[in-house]
Design a protein around this ligand. Sequence first.
Ligand code: PMP
Length: 388
Amino acid sequence: MSQGEHIYLDYAATTPVDPEVAAAMAACLTAEGSFANPASIHGPGRAARALVERARAEVAAAVGAPAESVVFTSGATESNNLALKGFMRAHRKRGQHLITCKTEHKSVLDSAKALEREGCKVTWLTPGRDGRLDPAAVAAALRDDTVLVALMLVNNELGVVQPIAEVAALAHARGALLHVDAVQGLGKLPVALDALGADSISLSAHKCYGPKGIGALVVRRAPGVVLEAQMHGGGHERGLRSGTLATHQIVGFGAAARLAAARVAAESARLAAIRARLEQRLARIAGVHINCPAALSVPNIVSVSVEGVHGESLLADLDRFALSTGSACSAASPEPSYVLRALGLDDLTAAATLRISMGRGTDAQQIDDLADAVAATVARLRDLAPAA
Ligand code: PMP
């Protein structure tokens, strides 16, 4: 897919809404459609409610969970806040210890920091150079008062898939719960609540061809898996998340989740082949390093660091590709990515890092164009300022 002049390779940041999803959403907005409040008891309200419940079943089915386990939220940022604060606050009497990893999404890290300020003890684990967390590090960090382990399924910058099932077994053996941010996993690899062994998982529709502003926290229905609501009001979503349900968003999420689950096998195989081609081409360029090998990663995310060139010049040259970099621009100064730093990359290399994230609109030609452009720009930059 191209976006104007750009070749779009930033699907991990967000995806376009699938036309089938957009059509389903549009049917919930106007007077002719299911616009009524799904909490209303009259006929139009019940019709909207039926759509919401169908979408709930679709989201649940995409992760092999019962429909009642799905709590709709405004997105995964909210889901992660609800899981971390909700579990820690509900289990305060049992303990105050939380374990997480330095490369989690900011919505997990900053929720953990907020909990630290209210007295929780947080253990921040460091992954290996490839981004994978060693389950032994979790085993060593678990304590009798550990309430929760929060670990993502797929890292958004690196693509690395974490050993969730092993961590779940370790956490449960010590009486701790496991929350998994599975945002970058849905539609990229099979995601199943039971197979992961997770007590809760966060999902976000806009990462899998659904709309922005809608997500879910899927919470295992089992004794002891209780969390405290963070949003109070009308008691929607079994009291866990008050607020009028956004029928169009939820219906869009349901359709997107259904399509993602139906297409995951074929789409992942297609992208794995394109990724292999990209890696082969990049391997021909001296000083190019793939941060997480394909064997440990989802097929659609490739993190590439280029040695001996300036990040800014590299990016300026690759301007016609819409992709993410190893810097997160904060106000005036671009900060090197904390994820790359946690892997041990120095600031210069982190700045000269590209995150190429592929999706349904990506084809081999686009990837060949990118690989050629990277080769050309690296050669040009090294000619200008040969590495000492
Ligand atoms: N977790 C991960 C791994 C993500 O990539 C993102 C989106 N960048 C989020 C959480 C937050 O999701 P949302 O945009 O739905 O708040």
